[in-house]
Write a protein that binds this ligand. Sequence first.
Ligand code: PEP
Length: 253
Amino acid sequence: MRKKIVAGNWKMNGTYEEGQKLTSEIVNMVKDELKDEVTIVLNPPFVHLQSVKKLIGDSKAIFLGAQNCSDKASGAYTGEISAAMLASFGASYVIIGHSERREYFKESNKELTGKVNQALENGLSPIFCCGEPLEIREQDTHVEYVTQQLTESLFSLSEEQMKKIVIAYEPIWAIGTGKTASSEQAQEMHAAIRQHIGNKYGASVSDDLSILYGGSCKPDNAQELFSKADVDGGLIGGASLKSRDFVDIIKSF
Ligand code: PEP
């Protein structure tokens, strides 16, 4: 049985007070309105990790994640944060290879392998992001593009390691643009990703792999997206900053 997961990516948003307010609201709504059927992951900026973890407490449904980690274990890398540090603050997940990091910080598929390895060595589940830019979608080569991202970053992993990975398919043209992929477009790519992982690691691994959709997912389109056979949840940007919207997205399952 694969996990249903909804993860909120706060990006670089929220002061300490705003982060506390948002987390408290989500924790209370989840307690009052949801059964523990969906795994919820909050991915605040690094500086909020400790205070968000405190508010999550021993929730069975809500887990802590981060938005990035270093591909190095430790050392003279000013400004970087290691996977070991994240784990020591109670994180269970870490987003790796978000398109904003690939674009603005020039993270390559090879560097991402190092980050994935660090995450796994420290007991974190990577939420590995993949997705194509608009010109690739227009050339109709999106499946090849995305499967190559997966091959180059993940295919050196062992079967046991692959079982810990969560994939987030995020078409870049849909991130923060209000332009969502149709549920058919999402399903086509999610099925192709599952097939690609299955070809390498076998169906027992790919059947259990959670593949999340990301890109302008909102309360009014989440239900349609999540109804597709290979869409196992969402990675939510903008709408994860509004507690009501975020919880309504989770309730769409
Ligand atoms: C994201 O950046 O991961 C994302 C999905 O953003 P948004 O929901 O705002 O499109």
